[in-house]
Design a protein around this ligand. Structure first.
Ligand code: CP3
Length: 339
């Protein structure tokens, strides 16, 4: 197996900089759209043969150095009792959002083997076929809590923050339940064979540093120490350049950074005990190949002093991205970083 990605996670020397793309399986690929034309998104996640097929697509097409399990961060909260739907244009929608004490107490304790058997089955199918490492993942507890409380995506997170500022005990209870669930799901993925895990904290940047420290960081720490594993853990606190000094305390092997901070500045904050992942602005892939190459080169140079660097976008690839832009990025990373 090509283990360049795992070496960079652990801070070992590599022949070139490994690269993968957050949300690399998805609508920008005609091959993905063909599969999705026949089956709804949630059914795709729950059908191991198809989930494995779309996981492999970007590995073959883009030649990335890692695969990421095809699933969604919201799948486990559906199993906890949230009524989840995906609307074609508006994204996730939850019909029974959490607004009171009873709805937190009602949440089911999850048993991955019984409630999410398709996850381990997909991982097992993939392990047999892949020649690069497989990344498992979960949402971070704050990010999952926002979907559960808001009932979908949100601009200002007013319901979530109302709970934090009016009933912090209830919010902590919800976070505690989510933390237990996340540890359980990540352990099950590791047991099934994933080689690394990433914790997606898409909405961490909505919190002030003080609130991040009080209402999110302790839970992320508990997850990372609680999964008790040798597999590398990547933490992605999106839009959190101003809180990277706090993210460092999470215990992650790798911190993934978005493009709103220069990567050299981020490396300085992370120090020499944590590897870095990132951080090209996803919209760069709509630009010319010359621009893509130039920006890739800037990031590779900016990360030169990192303990280890895994190249990635600063957030997920956008649905209308030209495939050739993504290919140009991967090729540029491999070529420009080769010794
Ligand atoms: O990265 C991968 O290729 C693996 C699969 C993956 C998906 N979602 C597939 C998906 C992963 C790792 C995720 C994570 C995820 N899901 C996050 C965190 C990362 C991020 O981008 O911030 C979040 C916040 C979600 C929740 C979610 N799922 C939203 C908000 C949406 C709708 C918006 C959108 O991008 O479409 C989804 C749907 C979703 N998840 C799609 C895919 C491929 C598109 C569904 C479709 O085919 O119509």
């Amino acid at each position: 197996m090509n283990n360049t990605f795992l070496k960079a996670c652990r801070g070992e020397k590599t022949d070139y900089t490994p690269v993968w793309i957050m949300r690399q399986a998805g609508r920008y690929l005609p091959e993905y759209r063909r599969v999705r034309g026949k089956v709804g998104f949630l059914d795709l996640c729950k059908t191991p043969g198809l989930a494995a097929e779309v996981t492999l697509q970007p590995v073959d097409i883009l030649k990335v150095d890692a695969a990421i399990l095809f699933s969604d961060i919201l799948i486990p909260i559906e199993a906890m009792g949230m009524k989840l739907e995906f609307h074609e244009t508006k994204g996730p929608f939850i019909d029974n959002p959490i607004r009171d004490e009873a709805s937190v107490w009602r949440l089911r304790t999850l048993n991955p083997a019984e409630d999410l058997p398709f996850v381990a089955e997909t991982i097992k199918l993939l392990i047999k076929q892949l020649n690069v490492p497989l990344i498992g993942f979960s949402g971070a507890p704050f990010t999952l809590a926002t979907y559960m409380i808001e009932g979908g995506s949100s601009r200002n997170f007013v319901n979530t923050k109302t709970m934090i500022y009016r009933n912090p005990g209830l919010f902590h209870l919800l976070m505690d339940k989510l933390t237990t669930m996340i540890i359980c799901c990540l352990k099950a993925q590791i047991e099934a064979g994933v080689h690394a895990v990433q914790i997606f904290d898409t909405w961490a940047g909505a919190l002030s540093p003080g609130d991040f420290r009080e209402f999110e960081l302790p839970y992320v720490k508990r997850i990372i120490s609680g999964i008790e594993t040798d597999v590398p853990v990547i933490y992605f606190p999106n839009n959190s350049g101003a809180m990277l000094n706090l993210a460092v305390e999470s215990g992650a092997d790798v911190i993934s950074v978005d493009w709103r901070i220069g990567i050299a500045d981020a490396v300085t904050i992370l120090g020499d005990k944590i590897s870095i992942q990132g951080n090209l602005d996803p919209t760069t892939l709509f630009g010319t190949h010359d621009i893509i190459r130039e920006r890739v080169s800037d990031i590779l140079h900016g990360a030169a002093k990192a303990r280890g660097h895994i190249f990635n976008l600063g957030h997920g690839i956008l649905p209308d991205t030209p495939v050739e832009g993504a290919v140009a990025m991967v090729d540029a990373v491999h070529e420009l970083s080769s010794k």
